[in-house]
Write a protein of this length. Structure first.
Length: 201
C-alpha cells in the first residue's frame, strides 16, 4: 500500500523547514554570510535555496574553505560559466584531485590552461574558446587515461594529417584505441590511425 499523499506533503514541508533552518544557522556565521554576499555579487542575483544548498555542500561535505569557494566562483565566472551546476562539476573535480587550498586550485588551473592551449595549437584552432564537450575530452585524455601532453599533441597532429581538419572526436578515437591497447611507444599512434582508416574504408 502506498504512502498517503497528505503524509508525503507533510514530510516535504518538514524537510523544507529543516533546510531553511539549516541555511539560517549557517548564515549566522559572519564568514559564510559574507561568502554568500560575494557569490551573489558575482552572479548578480540572489541565490535560490537549491543554489544555497550546493554552496553549503562544498563547505560541509567537500570541506572547502570559504576562500576556496570564493575562488571557485571567481574562476568559473572568468571562464564564462555562471551556472552553479558547472561550478559543482569543477568543485567535484578539485575534491577528487585532493585540492584543498586556493594555491593548489590556482596551480591546477594554470596547468590545465597550458594543456588546453597546447591542444588548440596542435589542432590549429584559433579565434575561439573551447566548448564544454572539448574540455571534457581533454580532461579525459590527461586525467582518466593519464596521457602526457606530448602524446596528446602527437595524436592531434595525426588527426590533422589523416583528415586535414581539427576534430576532437577523431583525436578521441585515436587516444581511446591507445588507451585500450596500452601501447608504450608513441609510434603506436600510427597503428591506431591505421585501424581507424580500415574501419572507415
Amino acid at each position: 500500500m502506498g504512502v498517503p499523499e497528505i503524509l508525503l506533503l507533510s514530510i516535504r514541508r518538514q524537510r523544507q523547514m529543516c533546510i531553511r533552518d539549516r541555511i539560517k544557522e549557517f548564515r549566522k556565521n559572519p564568514d559564510i554570510s559574507e561568502l554568500f554576499f560575494i557569490i551573489e555579487t558575482y552572479l548578480k542575483h540572489t541565490l535560490s535555496s537549491t543554489d544555497t544548498n550546493m554552496v553549503l555542500y562544498w563547505l560541509d561535505v567537500l570541506h572547502f574553505s570559504t576562500d576556496l569557494v570564493e575562488y571557485l566562483v571567481e574562476y568559473c565566472i572568468t571562464k564564462g560559466h555562471s551556472s552553479l551546476r558547472y561550478m559543482n562539476k569543477v568543485a567535484l573535480g578539485w575534491a577528487d584531485a585532493g585540492i584543498k587550498t586556493v594555491d593548489q586550485a590556482k596551480d591546477d588551473a594554470a596547468a590545465h590552461s597550458q594543456i588546453y592551449y597546447s591542444v588548440m595549437k596542435a589542432l590549429g584552432i584559433t579565434g575561439r574558446n573551447l566548448v564544454d564537450s572539448e574540455v571534457s575530452l581533454i580532461n579525459k585524455w590527461v586525467g582518466e587515461y593519464g596521457f602526457d601532453i606530448e602524446l596528446v599533441k602527437a595524436a592531434c597532429s595525426k588527426t590533422i594529417s589523416a583528415i586535414q581538419k581539427p576534430s576532437f572526436e577523431y583525436t578521441d578515437s585515436i587516444l581511446s584505441l591507445i588507451h585500450i591497447y596500452e601501447p608504450t611507444r608513441q609510434a603506436e599512434i600510427s597503428y591506431a590511425v591505421l585501424c581507424l582508416k580500415k574501419k572507415t574504408s
